[in-house]
Design a protein around this ligand. Sequence first.
Ligand code: COA
Length: 218
Amino acid sequence: MTFKVEECDDSDMPHTFEIISQAFAHEHQYIDAAFPAHSEPASRANGASRMLSTKHQDPCAKFLKVIDQDTGTMIAQAKWNIYQNTIPPEFDLDGEFWDDEEEKEYAQLLCREYLLPRREAIRDSGGNLMPLELLTVDPKFQRRGAGRLLVQWGTSLADELGFAAVVEATDCGVGLYQSEGLEDRGRWQTRLPKKWENSRGKQRFTWMVRPAGNNFGN
Ligand SMILES: CC(C)(COP(=O)(O)OP(=O)(O)OC[C@H]1O[C@@H](n2cnc3c(N)ncnc32)[C@H](O)[C@@H]1OP(=O)(O)O)[C@@H](O)C(=O)NCCC(=O)NCCS
């Protein structure tokens, strides 16, 4: 198999979201909360159109895909955010995607909590940072190097720009990121108010940073 990284165009957003939904399944509390019922067709269509809006509205968002050149199939996706002298506005999640106000409130809280270290890192960098926001590989094509290609796409650019790269890593991502120079900066867990302490899930992740001016691999 020969893999190639390319920028996504608008028509890739349904497949992008499908891969996100399949790869995370229901093991990522934040994705489940932000994109309710994301394995159902109507919710997948919603997810795709939300990705498309972000692609159109956020000039710092770079949507990438890996194509298997033997078949022309898209097998993986990533979204790197490239902040150059830009501290993005801190919006809450919003929209009409949730069954009721409590579901929406929970998703908004998880999102705010999830983004705490990233937002602090963006401020500390003066708005010169590359967060890897999403990285997923179609489960049928995992462990064949597609994830690594998408990480390397961003780390190379970060090196060129002299920026740090950061990621909120899932457990299965940590080893890959470490092998590309991202350092484990500690375990994070989203906090919940008392009313949800025993009834709602928390999102856990490893906060990882690849410092600016990294000489990794040189
Ligand atoms: C994590 C993920 C993106 C890795 O992509 P991939 O294309 O399967 O990974 P690669 O083939 O490039 O793997 C490179 C290395 O990462 C590590 N790795 C990959 N998947 C792993 C897993 N599930 N568990 C532990 N280590 C893993 C291995 O060291 C692997 O090298 P090896 O296959 O030679 O042992 C992919 O498994 C995925 O989509 N997972 C579900 C979604 C997710 O958690 N994304 C990360 C969000 S931060």
